[in-house]
Design a protein around this ligand. Structure first.
Ligand SMILES: Cc1ncc(COP(=O)(O)O)c(C=O)c1O
Length: 380
């Protein structure tokens, strides 16, 4: 029989407690979601700043539909690039102080599309061990050499770079890491890149909106990062992604990034709404301050013997070990009306299944105390 591996691999996933299934969420707004008629406090959303369903952004989306339509109707190089896209690109350039910016349909396609376009025979990618799947797949997609360094281990990175053999070297890191919530040291990475005549690529998916005095992300922590990518699908609360860079790379990507060239441009209505969201993010500092305040209440209310990975982001990871244990604790929390998804391999390394808790500006102090106390009771 053809494709027997499909049934085999599903059965194997199931036996390892790794089978992934979707759940259809009936409603999702602010800190709450409704699933099968029951309301839960949502601690698994990436809407860090609480901007999903924000009336000003919804209004801009409607305005965008009225002005430009829901669809861009073609790729950017045909007729898909509109005034809405141009305005958004220019907002992002000013926000991050970068000369140029390009919009992609998703963070996955931005990472893949850029790395694939840079992957020549004379290119070597140096990736942090905890890099997102899109970075790994993009790096492996072309003819480049790929080496991964231990997570945030810059001594090892330097040792490896001392033996580099190719002329085009790109160091790749996330600003805030998606599954651990800890940060890269951007200044140090930038110094290493300069010293070794490498470029630096920053995936700011989990820092954009959160880090920086106007939410401009981790690139604010050092001058002149060569390439910054971030998705709109998390704190910005729309969808799509951008890549910010210099003029030359911008022109190169327009000509050689297959994901950019051969894909319908993002919806102009979404671009218009995203522009409004970035305006709100720059102005409303209280959202970032609230995440910091609630995060500190969370860690101080948890029992001392519960190990949290240290973080200054919205993401708080409690590593529990095996898949079964993480699923059981998540199920206990569900009975208390708390939604926290158990994250299992291969998303995280074997033996590090965890609760990944996200604290958002839409939560309040009582929500956070209830969460911490429920976790204290569930893990004993
Ligand atoms: C670090 C990182 N990079 C890239 C992506 C992909 O972004 P998007 O969801 O827009 O495809 C994600 C999202 O899961 C992410 O966590």
């Amino acid at each position: 029989m053809a494709f027997e591996f499909i049934a085999e691999q599903l059965a194997q996933q199931d036996s390892m407690h790794r089978l992934r299934q979707r759940r259809c969420i009936a409603e999702q707004s602010g800190s709450k979601l409704i699933y099968q008629g029951k309301e839960y406090l949502n601690f698994s959303s990436n809407d860090y700043l609480g901007l999903n369903q924000e009336p000003r952004i919804n209004l801009a989306m409607q305005e965008g539909i009225d002005k430009f339509g829901a669809s861009s109707c073609s790729s950017s190089l045909v007729t898909g690039f509109s005034y809405a896209h141009q305005v958004l690109e220019s907002t992002i350039c000013q926000w991050l102080n970068k000369p140029r910016c390009l919009l992609f349909n998703s963070g996955f396609s931005a990472n893949y599309g850029v790395l694939n376009a840079l992957a020549s025979q004379q290119t070597q990618f140096w990736l942090d061990k905890l890099s997102h799947a899109s970075l790994i797949d993009g790096a492996l997609s072309g003819k480049a050499k790929v080496k991964r360094f231990l997570h945030n281990d810059y001594q090892q990175l330097e040792r490896l770079l001392n033996n580099k053999s190719l002329s085009n070297n790109l160091i790749i890191s996330e600003g805030v890491f998606s599954m651990d919530g800890d940060k890269a040291d951007i200044q140090q990475l930038q110094l290493i890149a300069q010293k070794h005549k490498a470029w630096l690529y920053l995936d700011d998916a989990h820092s954009i909106g959160i880090v920086g005095n106007i939410g401009q992300g981790s690139s604010s922590e050092s001058d002149n990062i060569d390439i910054v990518m971030a998705t709109f699908g998390k704190a910005i609360a729309t969808s799509g992604a951008f890549v910010a860079c210099d003029e030359k790379l911008h022109d190169y990507l327009i000509n050689f990034s297959r994901h950019y060239i051969y894909s319908t441009a993002i919806s102009p209505a979404i671009a218009w709404a995203t522009n409004k969201s970035i305006e709100v993010i720059q102005a409303e500092h209280w959202r970032r301050e609230k995440i910091a305040e609630l995060s500190s209440i969370f860690s101080s209310t948890l029992n001392e013997d519960i190990q949290l990975i240290p973080t200054s982001s919205s993401i708080h990871a409690i590593v529990l070990g095996n898949e079964k244990c993480a699923l059981e604790i998540a199920d206990i929390l569900k009975t208390k009306g708390i939604w926290v998804t158990a994250i299992r391999p291969p998303t995280v390394p074997n033996g590090t299944s965890r609760l990944r808790i996200t604290i958002c500006a839409s939560h309040n102090v009582n929500n956070i105390k209830y969460l911490a106390e429920s976790i204290n009771k569930a893990i004993h």
